[in-house]
Unconditional design. Structure first.
Lengths: 534, 152
């Protein structure tokens, strides 16, 4: 018992030699890349296995690597500031991260500071929980050349105070129309934050920059546009209900004929409870709203279906005036769709017809695309570009060399000691809680593999150095759990002054000043100090 | 005997003041017994755990007090579906229909059945005496192993 405490104390003092004081019994060394909800539930699951399985117990080491200085991923930089109840789980995550067997390494980027193969040498199991860091693009003219077109992901990160996006400035003071392409919960989040009265955001921990931008907003119309119909939209009932019925000063609008559904649509409604309830909400809102008196001063939220964006334009092709030199977004060009295919597999195809009927040119000053996230490939890790995930079975990463991803289990080969969990494993679906069973599945695989290794005596004690020594030798200014607590406390202190939960630090410099264990000499030009800053 | 038990309980309360601070002090034993019902939890591995549940407490709270592994990520604020449980048919029918907000979250629950409820929304009441609560399967593997979910 005393040895354990001593070891921990020494580790905190950054003495590299202490890493392997308990060499007699092999440690079960695991490393989680990423620190979002999936990573946290993985910790929980690993700790639970430790409690139940005598072979795993007492030897478990969990290291958590995070690219940012702060943990919790999308819980911190993805959950909308006006949904504080969703973030109640943070307390539990803090407890997990402060567990004595868990070490947190913030500001450590895999691929920059340490490679995946190095990690695989250091650990019995490397569990990738990096989530979806990339976004699908529309691939239409104007998307990459005009200014005023953003990804919803960047906008979300920006209003959540992500340090990579704090330099952005959205000019809502000269924006009348906003176009959002895509109909998921992220699209609704973006629409709600833009559409909400700014007073109701002041009490949240939204980034102060975002609050300044939104305070001068003159936005009148928000167009949320989907390629498919009302039945195929991927939002969920809670978010849709909130947007339609409980945002003050935001009036939902529909085109009646777009809410009419076909027999195939009806078949789809019968197979999914969520879809059915969401569609009911739309029709309920449509019928109730049409009789109530319209609020002239309200912002309008147009939910439009069956339109495909075909181009972003900087000028009106029909008029003589040419703004082409400006490269500023002025219009979104859309084409009418219809659905073909069987139930559950309906696809949108363009409708041919007279130009006036099938074309819609929407004036807009800002456009957001929100058509789905996808994972980012790691060097030396198999990756499926098409689906945007790491190919896996029950969390075990399938080798790139395997002939076909759909082949039967016997012919598949796996990457030893490499696992995946969360969105990088299953794609960007589900809510925070969905990660619980996802993590449980991966951890079961991890533990099974470890136990079978121990049983056949093929277990080799990893003799490599500890990650801590590796990072120190490379002069990486990492943030440990104490560093994160310093950031956390300072943010809460600043928030208290404004009467909110926390005021997030918006720059890397500030976050590292409070959090980093030692400073990176090449950045600051100083010798690395091993002792934490006061 | 009667006083002896009460003294022991007071001692425990004094030793662990935080844990028991929410309990009312000086409740006489017979009265306290009347205010509880019997609830059986069926855990993921099939084992049964019978508990005495005080009236007015919700299932999530009870599960945590008895070390039953039921997640409550949003702490009962209807923002997640991690305290999803299955009730027995009889008890389910005694309860009023779930609210819209609860249904919104049940939509996203894993392994939904027609007797699914959120633990944070079901409060122990006298008519629920003898209720059987089954925890849903924890992983997809367990679903394959035999649990059949009746979705929708």
């Amino acid at each position: 018992m005393f040895g354990g405490h001593l070891c921990r104390l020494l580790k905190q003092l950054c003495k590299p030699m202490c890493a392997y004081t308990n060499q007699a019994t092999p440690e079960f060394r695991t490393c989680i890349v990423g620190s979002g909800p999936a990573a946290m539930y993985t910790i929980e699951s690993l700790l639970r296995f430790q409690a139940t399985d005598p072979l795993v117990s007492k030897r478990l080491v969990i290291d958590v690597l995070e690219k940012l200085p702060t943990p919790f991923g999308l819980l911190r930089y993805g959950v909308a500031p006006d949904h504080p109840e969703v973030r109640n789980v943070e307390g539990k995550f803090q407890d997990l991260l402060s567990h004595p067997q868990v070490r947190f390494f913030g500001n450590v980027e895999v691929g920059r500071d340490v490679s995946v193969s190095e990690l695989r040498n250091l650990y019995d199991a490397v569990i990738l929980a990096a989530g979806c860091q990339e976004e699908r693009k529309l691939e239409i003219p104007g998307e990459n050349t005009l200014s005023g077109i953003y990804s919803a992901r960047d906008f979300v990160a920006w209003y959540c105070g992500h340090p990579d996006y704090s330099h952005l400035w959205f000019d809502f003071s000269s924006t009348k129309d906003v176009v959002i392409i895509g109909q998921g919960n992220v699209a609704l989040d973006v629409a709600r934050i833009i559409g909400k009265q700014v007073e109701s955001l002041r009490v949240t921990d939204i980034s102060s920059v975002a609050l300044d931008c939104l305070a001068n907003s003159v936005v009148q119309n928000i167009h949320v546009i989907g390629r498919r119909g009302p039945v195929q939209a991927s939002w969920t009932a809670k978010e849709l209900r909130e947007c339609l019925f409980s945002v003050k000063g935001l009036q939902p609008c529909f085109e009646k004929q777009e809410l009419v559904i076909s027999d195939v649509d009806r078949e789809e409604l019968n197979t999914s409870r969520t879809t059915r309830r969401c569609y009911d909400l739309l029709t309920k809102c449509f019928s109730e709203r049409s009789v109530s008196q319209q609020d002239l001063f309200a912002r309008k939220l147009y939910l439009r279906f069956l339109w495909t964006p075909v181009a972003f334009l900087s000028h009106d092709q029909n008029s003589e005036i040419d703004f082409a030199g400006e490269h500023i977004l002025r219009f979104t060009q859309l084409r009418r769709n219809r659905l073909t295919g069987s139930s559950g597999k309906q696809k949108a195809v363009l409708v041919e017809g007279p130009l006036g009927d099938v074309n819609w040119k929407q004036q807009c000053e800002l456009a957001f695309r929100s058509i789905g996230y996808k994972g980012k490939s790691f060097e030396e890790v198999p990756f499926d570009e098409k689906t945007g995930i790491v190919p896996n079975k029950w969390g075990r990463v399938i080798s790139r060399t395997s002939p076909s991803l759909n082949s039967v289990a016997e012919t598949e080969s796996y990457e030893t000691g490499l696992y995946v969990v969360g969105w990088l494993k299953r794609g960007p679906t589900g809510i925070i809680g969905s990660n619980k069973w996802d993590a449980e599945e991966t951890v079961k695989t991890v533990v099974d593999d470890f136990l079978s290794k121990v049983k056949v005596n093929r277990y080799e004690l990893s003799q490599g150095e500890d990650l801590l020594t590796l990072l120190l030798s490379r002069n990486v200014a990492f943030v440990d759990f104490k560093g994160w607590k310093r950031i956390d406390e300072e943010e809460r202190r600043r928030g208290k002054r404004r009467g909110i939960e926390r005021e997030k630090m918006l720059t890397w410099e500030e976050l590292l000043e409070f959090g980093a264990v030692c400073t990176r000499s090449k950045t600051y030009g100083t010798e690395s100090e091993l002792l934490p800053k006061k | 005997m009667w006083t002896c038990r009460a003294t022991t309980r007071n001692l425990i309360r004094r030793l662990f003041p935080r844990r028991y601070s929410h309990m009312r002090q000086y409740v006489s034993e017979p009265q306290a017994q009347k205010e509880t019902i019997r609830i059986t939890f069926v855990l993921q591995d099939g084992t049964k755990k019978e508990i005495e549940a005080p009236i007015g407490k919700h299932i999530l709270e009870l599960a945590h007090e008895h070390d039953i592994d039921l997640e409550g990520a949003c702490e009962g604020s209807l923002a997640c579906s991690t305290c999803h449980v299955y009730l027995d048919e009889k008890s389910y029918n005694k309860l009023p229909e779930p609210s819209d907000d609860e249904n919104d979250m049940l939509d996203l629950a894993f392994g939904l059945t027609e007797y699914s409820r959120l633990g944070c929304q079901v409060v122990a009441s006298p008519e629920l005496d003898g209720m059987v609560i089954t925890l849903p399967p924890a992983t997809r593997n367990m679903m394959v192993d035999g649990h059949v979910s009746k979705h929708h």
